[in-house]
Design a protein around this ligand. Structure first.
Ligand code: DX5
Ligand code: ZN
Length: 223
């Protein structure tokens, strides 16, 4: 799965930017990744609920909301109620992550849990049993266009093994620095869903970039 991050899109033309990856066939994104930042949990400030509500009406591609915010316990369910398909919160920010997952599912969304690059996976395995998606950050959250941190692939491999042996039931997603060069190692490690911002919206043809990334991931996974 490929999830273009609109963080690297032209916000003045957001509807058209999403449509550019909402065509048919291989050019179509599986999810649209929406980076919500609050200038507290991360230093940057981006977009929030009103933009998600508008996008939900303007596209049929499922929305994957990545909340890089403090107190997601309070704010995350609103994104599920707005029609997001998957809502991901940070384990470093949530007060009661098990309750957050329950609230998200009750509001009709899938629940995602994200780990910053330095956050160990092993400490949160029990919590993850309540979640549908594991988002492994491969850059420090806050900004697009950063370099991929290969050390996080050990967490991907562990998660892949736990999923394949039936000990965990999550989709394994990776976010940060994914491009044509880095996607292969992430795919080989066992990622299911790849977020890509600058590698999609930094090109002239975002739809074609989606197709190319998917092709490279598929080839690497089959090796
Ligand atoms: C970073 C965001 C990412 C970002 C990825 O905090 O969570 O989703 O948009 O951008 P690239 O693909 O350019 O690293
Ligand atoms: Zn993100």
């Amino acid at each position: 799965m490929i999830a273009p991050s609109i963080l690297s899109a032209d916000f003045a033309r957001l509807g058209a930017e999403v449509d550019a990856v909402a065509g048919s066939g291989e050019n179509r994104a599986d999810w649209i990744h929406v980076d919500v930042m609050d200038a507290h949990f991360v230093p940057n400030l981006t977009i929030g609920l009103p933009v998600v509500e508008s996008l939900r009406k303007s596209t049929d591609v499922p929305l994957d909301c990545h909340l890089m915010i403090d107190d997601p316990d309070r704010w995350a369910p609103g994104y599920a109620e707005a029609g997001a398909h998957n809502v991901t919160v940070h384990v470093e920010a949530a007060h009661d992550p098990v309750m957050v997952a329950k609230d998200l599912r009750a509001a009709g969304a899938r629940a995602g849990l994200s780990l910053k690059p330095g956050t160990p996976l092993d400490d949160h395995l029990d919590t993850l049993r309540h979640y549908d998606t594991l988002l492994i950050m491969s850059v420090e959250p806050g900004f697009g266009g950063q370099s991929f941190i290969p050390d996080v692939l050990s967490k991907v491999r562990t998660a892949r093994r736990l999923v394949d042996t039936g000990h965990l039931r999550v989709l394994v997603e990776i976010d940060g620095g994914i491009n044509a060069d880095t996607i292969e190692q992430a795919a080989e490690a066992g990622v299911d869903c790849f977020v890509a911002g600058s590698a999609v919206y930094g090109t002239d043809d975002p739809g074609r970039a989606v197709a190319r990334l998917r092709e490279r991931a598929r080839a690497a996974r089959q090796r």
